[in-house]
Write a protein that binds this ligand. Structure first.
Ligand code: FRU
Length: 483
């Protein structure tokens, strides 16, 4: 109930109990989406990692399943990916049934002091029963450690034109690409990133995939980094370029960020989704993840996002938008047209705003400074807005309720407005303890969590200079946890 679990996400995956971090092994198989995740089933803080498991028909309503992978004598089960081995290259399939193959990092904590460069290596396991039970390969590890202390988070995809698997692996301050005919024998191809992008922390959870632009493939390399994000701690950078099966060549080595909020980390894409590329991240930040004030569980995922490429002038950017399946949650809609904001307008009764979850869509031609204030009677405020002089969006959670569990939590986060369109379009997804802002078709994205003392069930909009909002649409969403 809301009283018992005031921060329980309603439109996001969270476990019934205990700790989660990164999404792992996301794959679509036989009509079902699988989400595995870093899971510690014995506590609400990080510990010896397992792969938890949840399934869904639509990436919105999730059913938690029994734990899929347990730690063993080779170590904890760290992050990784899963593929459907359609051609049975691995030979794990039986009777014409394609195996699901998981590729993950074994992290042997026992060696952390004595032999740190042999703690992490890559292993595989397969399932012939829809991800319920898994058999670890007897020949593990399939990629032994060459002497690199951070050597993890394999993301594997099929490279059709050369009929081989490509593994993208985080190797400390860069990514290393490997190839394989059968998921068992891997050859090192190249590395990328020693001299490119942000290096404020270690590189983790990479992903490599093509997206179409003007009918041609552009390769996207996602690299999660912790710390060193644009607003502190964990964040996701990306590079656009070309990949020929061996080498990644970026168009530019400049840092680009997928999400400027503090709470979208370790995001990677689902495998086997055809022409669609869907990413989901862990809605948290290593700065304070172990301290956020939830009780029965700790951690949740972002909403899944469709990825595409959008040009601004001669620059190309990766854009994220909430998946259309979320529309099914719509309960009640109310919209206002040509709303004139003169200093301050209370939207609570105008739109019949409740405590969330809800979606808010705004169309603002020629935007001036403005802020949306989500508030309650306890005096908590979460402020989301646009600063015209800085040409930046912001989310300020300084006074959003419980913030003192970590000194890094309270703060105002900013994202540059990349779009040059005169009309601004905003989509906000508000859950009980999170906000996801998708501005200008997903060119500027921010994801932040917050922990109010009571539900933020008031909404007002402020603009000192006055503002015209041509469309202001509110949609109350039903809980995805009902089914
Ligand atoms: C990223 C990460 C990964 C690692 C996992 C351990 O959040 O640090 O690099 O595999 O979490 O739980």
């Amino acid at each position: 109930s809301p009283a018992a679990e005031p921060y329980r996400p309603q439109i996001h995956f969270s476990p019934k109990a205990h700790w989660i971090n990164d999404p792992n092994g996301m794959v679509f198989h036989n009509g079902t989406y699988h989400l595995f995740y870093q899971y510690y089933p014995d506590a609400t803080v990080w510990g010896p990692m397992h792969w938890g498991h949840a399934t869904s028909k639509d990436m919105v309503h999730w059913q938690e399943q029994p734990v899929a992978l347990y730690p063993d004598s080779s170590g904890y089960i760290f992050s990784g990916s899963a593929v459907v081995d359609v051609n049975n290259t691995s030979g794990f399939g039986k009777n014409g049934q394609a195996p699901l193959v998981a590729i993950f990092t074994h992290h042997n904590a026992k060696l952390e002091k004595s032999d740190p460069t042999h703690v992490e290596q890559q292993s595989i396991a397969y399932s012939l029963d829809e991800g319920k039970t898994w058999t670890k390969y007897a020949g593990n590890p399939v990629v032994p450690n060459p002497g690199i202390s951070d050597f993890r988070d394999p993301k594997v995809r099929w490279f059709e034109s050369q009929k081989k698997w490509i593994m993208t692996l985080a190797t400390k301050d860069r990514v290393t690409f490997y190839s394989s005919p059968n998921l068992k024998n891997w050859t090192r191809e190249s590395d990328f990133g020693g001299n490119a992008g942000a290096h404020g922390g270690v590189w983790e959870c990479p992903d490599l995939f093509p997206l179409k632009h003007n009918g041609k493939d552009v390769w996207v390399l996602i690299v999660n980094i912790n710390p060193g994000g644009p607003n502190g701690g964990s964040a996701t950078q990306y590079f656009l370029g070309n990949f020929d099966g061996k080498t990644f060549r970026p168009n530019s080595t400049q840092t680009k960020w997928m999400d400027y909020g503090t709470d979208n980390y370790a995001g990677v894409t689902f495998a086997n989704t055809g022409n669609r590329t869907v990413l989901m991240g862990w809605m948290n930040n290593w700065l304070y993840a172990n301290k956020v004030p939830t009780v029965a569980w700790r951690g949740a995922m972002t909403v899944p996002r469709d990825l595409s490429l959008t040009p601004v002038g001669s620059e190309l950017y990766l854009t994220s938008t909430p998946i259309r399946e979320l529309d099914k949650l719509e309960k009640q809609a109310k919209s206002l047209t040509n709303l004139k904001v003169n200093v301050e307008t209370d939207l609570t009764t105008k739109l019949n705003v409740g405590a969330g979850p809800y979606q808010l869509k705004l169309t603002v031609p020629n935007p001036a400074d403005f802020s949306l204030v989500l508030a309650n009677q306890q005096g908590n405020e979460l402020v989301i807005g646009y600063d015209k002089a800085a040409n930046a969006y912001f989310i300020d959670r300084t006074k959003s309720g419980k913030t003192d569990f970590d000194t890094s939590f309270a703060g105002r986060h900013t994202a540059p407005r990349l779009s040059t369109a005169p009309t601004m379009q905003l989509t906000l997804l508000i859950d009980r303890a999170s906000v996801e802002l998708f501005a200008d078709g997903g060119l500027s994205v921010m994801t932040d969590v917050f922990f109010p003392d009571a539900p933020l069930n008031h909404l007002k909009i402020k603009s000192a200079t006055g503002l015209l909002i041509t469309e202001c649409g509110y949609k109350q969403l039903s809980s995805a946890r009902d089914s």
